[in-house]
Design a protein around this ligand. Structure first.
Ligand code: PDD
Length: 296
């Protein structure tokens, strides 16, 4: 059991800090029975939670949308984070936060009086593979059969897990999701494409998760004068793109150089990607040394 959790540093369940193998939640928890919960994945670089305020803001917003009581203040979350990190070594980590509606006899209707269940842990985060950064990843396109509230970061992730599995079974790193001909996002990433010299990514709305990395990448591009539009693109347009990349808290900015059985341009990470990657790494390095930007 201990071996299974060797990458997990320390866990938190409803007020208690415990070794990961000792963490326990009731099987009647609505997170278990209905996938009735909200979560966040926050990268931790050099001991600091990256874009911490933005992640907490999204967590609180999502909890309000689905009517789960916000269980603690941002300061209290910071306290949990600090204590979880007290056992972490100097490497990079990620923080997982999850709030489910709580424990109740099974009934679809939300119970009136219910205490949310709070679960968090810190886990080692492997650096993005340098091979993938140099050569680029392969992705496959699959039908986006998820629900119509993909903007909510819910723990009901069977569709996303299944779609990512389809990619894995085809030897690809990510599944690029296509709904009615339009590329929405990846199974666990946002997607960018350079089309006619302009960077494009799907606009915020119910079809995509408003990724924290996505928003930062857009911000960095605009500051650097790189043309970027939040406008959908079709699968056919993506096939003509000169560059494609994906973003997420665990993958940062990752080039995609093969989609299905075709190359993206000459199947090498392109110049816009290289520039965006550089801007991202620069921002990250500054963030880690600038305490003013961070409460974590
Ligand atoms: N996934 N879209 C989906 C469906 C995602 O699950 C994620 C992140 C993203 C990127 O969002 P962000 O930049 O805020 O990480 C987009 C996380 C990493 C996960 O589920 O593990």
């Amino acid at each position: 059991m201990k071996e299974l959790f060797s990458d997990v540093v320390y866990a938190y369940v409803n007020g208690d800090f415990v070794a990961p193998e000792a963490a326990k939640i009731s099987p009647f928890d609505r997170g278990m029975v209905f996938g009735d919960g909200i979560y966040e994945v926050v990268p931790v670089y050099g001991g600091r939670a990256f874009r911490w305020e933005e992640h907490l803001e999204r967590l609180n917003r999502n909890l309000e949308i689905v009517g789960i009581r916000v269980p603690m203040s941002n300061e209290q979350w910071t306290g949990v984070f600090d204590r979880l990190m007290s056992r972490a070594a100097d490497a990079n980590h990620y923080l997982y936060l999850q709030v489910t509606r709580g424990v109740a006899p099974r009934n679809h209707v939300f119970p009136d009086a219910i205490e949310p269940t709070v679960f968090a842990f810190v886990q080692k985060l492997a650096p993005v593979s340098s091979d993938l950064l140099e050569v680029g990843a392969r992705a496959v396109t699959v039908t986006d059969f998820r629900w119509h509230r993909c903007d909510i970061k819910t723990t009901s992730l069977i569709a996303n897990a299944w779609l990512r599995q389809q990619a894995k079974e085809q030897g690809a790193v990510e599944a690029l999701l296509v709904r009615d001909g339009v590329v929405t996002e990846g199974a666990a990433t946002n997607v960018f494409a350079v089309i006619d010299g302009v960077v494009r990514t799907a606009p915020q709305g119910p079809q995509i998760l408003p990724g924290i990395t996505r928003d930062l990448v857009i911000e960095l591009m605009l500051q650097a004068g790189i043309r970027c539009e939040e406008r959908t693109f079709t699968k056919a347009e993506m096939a003509q793109a000169t560059e494609v990349w994906i973003t997420s808290s665990t993958n940062e900015v990752m080039p995609v150089t093969r989609i299905d059985n075709a190359k993206v341009s000459d199947a090498r990470p392109g110049p816009v990607f290289q520039r965006v990657h550089e801007l991202f790494q620069q921002f990250k390095a500054e963030y880690c040394t600038d305490a003013r930007r961070d409460v974590g």
